[in-house]
Design a protein around this ligand. Sequence first.
Ligand SMILES: [Zn+2]
Length: 281
Amino acid sequence: MAGVRAPPGFTVFSASDVPPALQEGHRPYPASEVHLMSDFRFYAELNDFLPLPRRGRSFTHAVAPHESLKHAIESLGVPHTEVGLVLLDGVPVGLQHRPLGDGGRVAVYPAWQTLGPVPAVGLADVPPRRFIADAHLGRLARYLRFAGYDTLYRNDWPDAELAALARAEDRTVLTRDRDLLMHRDVVHGCYLRAIEPLEQLRELVARLRLDARAPRASRCLLCNTPLAPAAKEAVADRLLPRTLADFDEFWRCPDCERVYWRGLHWQRLRAALGKPAGGGA
Ligand SMILES: [Zn+2]
């Protein structure tokens, strides 16, 4: 650019390109963009996504003039699905807010906290109680089907396909992969911290306040189809004598024909659904 010499690897914009806050004390910025410095502070569970030096304290982060809050937060490692409230200089703002402004203070609160109240002003709509689970959450998917929640699961979905399906069918993405939650098609999602599937179920029940003990027809654990009651005599030829002796109520999947009854597995799952996250087995 005429009149201004930029060092190698830097681009200098004309004064009209530069936000007023940067026009004084001009200095060149890398990556061909002028950046604004904002102070970020993440609260509670959101710190899990940050490197140690950034946890529990304010730190300065450079944002591009046209960068959205959502992009800035995700570039720091925190999926937008986990964010419940953002204050910019003390005022609640939406995730699409821009620009952040030079010297702005950004406070980011989680959508959900294990301890303590959830912020009263939420950013996102309530996540839909229809789910799509990623390839590593097969057991959680089956538990949710058992509890009657419509849950898609396949162990071979590419991320882009899963995210597109979640958007098209308005489903909440369940995953332990934060990159998946940052996919542009993901609107609603839950990052699951627990590794053990029953703990994951308790975590989800607590976070979304699922009424998992309400009477609701279970879905087929294999194919997600709502189960239908089946007469004992209609399914007797497919059951072991011991099962027939111990149980009188049966259900059948209208799609794949699998037969269900309330055995030990059922009792375990009911117990798990009745306990809050972190409440132990
Ligand atoms: Zn089925």
